[in-house]
Design a protein around this ligand. Structure first.
Ligand code: UD1
Length: 373
């Protein structure tokens, strides 16, 4: 592949910085647009930014900065986003601004340079599905909504069939499942995805939306209590605190290593088959949150049992695991890193970190707003 001029928005972040490393390694010229927000970057320094990449420190809503950052650029990876699901439920303006307006500003700037742009890859999210796909032994495949509050308050955690009331079994979630975003964050991710695909198609800017499942790996901000559960539990354990399990810990997710996310991003650049498509990027393997807590404690050599608080987070789903057949067919994607390999690598990094555990504070914040009950 030619040497390309590539812009990565959010390129100093968890996923962005890993992608930048891979692009630089392949000989591309990379520019990063990143605001280095304190919630993620603490001291405002770009600790993970590749030294070969050029940093433009600016907000993605800053039209002038975005237009300048696009100078000479042929490929755009749009990774800049506000990413806390719980926090998005009360900092609504900030999330809508950063994610929706930021994408709008970027797209208007891209339209002006459309002849020059060979690819736009946007980071979407499994959160846009809401609940994953389920099957009922009586009623077949069911598109379930969030569990009713009365059911959750009765501490019945499994999803029940809306037709016959029977407990449902999760099945792999394909891209055609109806979307039911259940947080402000998820709504903005759906917007980002659809904005990029629709505007891309209208202006012949080949756009691809990658729907990431639960991403984990080194550089996930440990002190940011609004990131994923792997970082949160690691930070708790490192501080000799018990991980707090919501529900009964048997809820499942599809944990995908950041290297596989990078792989998918690179493949999206190399093929035209995925253009204008939304594609799941996960592993297809379900794992329970209780098991994640166990693997992390074991890996860190800590005899710390998780704490079951019997509560739930508003908007949480019960199960969602990726059907990755579209990624296989269109991108030639195949997950490479198993949890058995990825967790020790994560923990080796975690041990060298000084994680400031702010989870109690964040949970209290959610509780005060009835977002954990
Ligand atoms: C959400 C988003 C996802 C996003 C991710 C990280 C949805 C459906 N998905 O995923 O797009 O990438 O956040 O921002 O909104 N849990 C605990 N204890 C904790 C923290 C979490 O038990 O201290 C549980 C949660 O209740 C949930 C599971 O762990 O059942 C996973 O939580 P989390 O890592 O926040 O990710 P999701 O909610 O799946």
């Amino acid at each position: 592949m030619d040497r390309l001029n590539i812009l990565v928005t959010g390129g100093a972040g968890f996923i962005g910085s890993h992608l930048v490393d891979a692009l630089v390694e392949r000989g591309h010229r990379v520019r990063v647009l990143d605001a280095l927000i304190p919630q993620v970057h603490g001291d405002g320094e770009s600790h993970y930014l590749n030294s070969e990449a050029e940093l433009v420190r600016a907000d993605v809503c800053d039209r002038e900065a975005v237009e300048a950052a696009l100078e000479g650029v042929e490929v755009v990876y749009h990774k800049a986003a506000e990413v806390g699901v719980g926090q998005s439920m009360y900092e609504i303006e900030r999330y809508v601004r950063g994610n929706d307006l930021g994408t709008a500003v970027l797209l208007e700037a891209l339209i002006k340079r459309r002849g020059q742009i060979r690819k736009l890859v946007v980071a979407s999210s499994m959160s846009i599905y809401g609940e994953g796909a389920y099957a009922c032994t009586n009623c077949g495949v069911v598109n379930s909504n969030l569990r009713p509050a009365a059911q959750l308050l009765a501490r019945r955690w499994e999803v029940e069939c809306p037709h016959c009331g029977k407990q449902l079994s999760p099945v792999p979630t394909g891209e055609d499942k109806p979307l039911f975003p259940s947080s402000v964050y998820a709504i903005t991710k759906q917007d980002q995805e659809q904005l990029c695909l629709v505007v891309g198609r209208a202006y012949d800017i080949p756009a691809v939306a990658l729907r990431y499942f639960n991403v984990y790996g080194t550089r996930q901000a440990l002190s940011n209590p609004y990131t994923g559960v792997c970082a949160i539990f690691s930070s708790r354990l490192l501080n000799d605190q018990r991980p707090v399990l919501f529900e009964d810990g048997e809820q499942t997710r599809d944990f995908v290593h950041v290297d596989d996310i990078v792989q998918a991003n690179l493949l999206a650049l190399e093929t035209a088959r995925a253009d204008y498509q939304a594609i799941n990027i996960g592993t297809g393997r379900p794992i329970s949150i209780r098991e994640i807590a166990r693997l992390l404690a074991e890996g860190l050599g800590k005899q710390i049992e998780p704490e079951f608080v019997g509560k739930y987070r508003e908007g949480d789903i019960r199960h969602c695991v990726a059907d990755i057949s579209r990624a296989r067919a269109l991108l030639g994607y195949e997950p490479q890193v198993t949890l058995e390999e990825g967790i020790p690598e994560l923990l080796e990094w975690v041990r060298r970190q000084d994680a400031n555990d702010r989870v109690r504070q964040a949970t209290a914040e959610l509780e005060s707003r009835q977002l954990v009950r």
